[in-house]
Design a protein around this ligand. Sequence first.
Ligand code: SAM
Length: 311
Amino acid sequence: MNDEPVMATNDDASECKRGAVQLGYWQDSYIPYFVRQIEKRAPEINRGYYARVKGVERYIKSFLKKAGPASQIVNLGAGFDTLYWRLKDQGVYIANYVEIDFPTVTARKCYAIKRNKQLLERIHEQDGEVKLSATDLHAGNYHCMGADLRNISQVESKLQQAEVSFSTPTLFIAECVLVYIENDCVNRLLAWIASKFKSALFVNYEMCNMNDTFGDVMLGNLRARGCNLAGISFCKSLETQKGRFLDNNWQGAKAWDMVQIYYDLPASERQRIEKIEFLDEQELLIQLFQHYCICVGWLGTEFADVNCNGD
Ligand code: SAM
């Protein structure tokens, strides 16, 4: 299978994030180390990325508040995500932080980390060892590793290499990732996690409500970029999104579309970013928000009341 177009979605996401950061939507002093190029995107795309990053961040905060510093984060399909460094800057400590993506993507990430002192010095503990191969990097509590998420035994062996504990509260993040993976494989991955971990929260950001003309256009764009969408049934509704967790032995699940998430962000922040660029078509932004969602699934009862307001 040709996975190149799927891997290329990371370049696109990272370029969009860098562009939005440059305009002042949010702060991320690390993304420029991974992405050199900045392409100007439409204001609704920038606002969409703002809602995505801030929305996911709020569930991360909510998890960390409950689970505390003895917890773990496993970022699936992490691409060039800079969360590890941003948390470190905020003084947030966690026991173990793991990133998995295709080896081609992690090789580029490892190379960028190795080349940039500002990235390296934050993962490198004093006197600590940095273990580096072409595609994997282990340093202190940070692990970046190449694996195909469709291959459970590969994922399991990578988590073992990173000394992930199955009994420690664990946050799984999949930001715009599961949408590129065949349904059967997503089900297998979710069921496997549920069979192994006792206490976990899974935060999944992806497309939803694709069964209309707007959804057809979005899927057409993905196909035009070469993504093979065979075997991927686009979750049609928030109910289907939740069902995916419940059907794979997760204890509970909740889902919100991005309209809800965006209007739940602090009003002062929304007002601030809405002044950055003039938006011609509010309607288009709302349509975009209606086609993306955040779904959370949990194992164990401690995360059942997790909320988008960071509580
Ligand atoms: N999560 C990052 C973010 O939000 O910036 C990257 C998102 S990008 C749209 C999707 C990522 O998922 C890519 O880095 C891609 O390589 C990764 N991905 C998709 N399918 C994968 C698979 N089967 N195994 C490993 N990584 C995968």
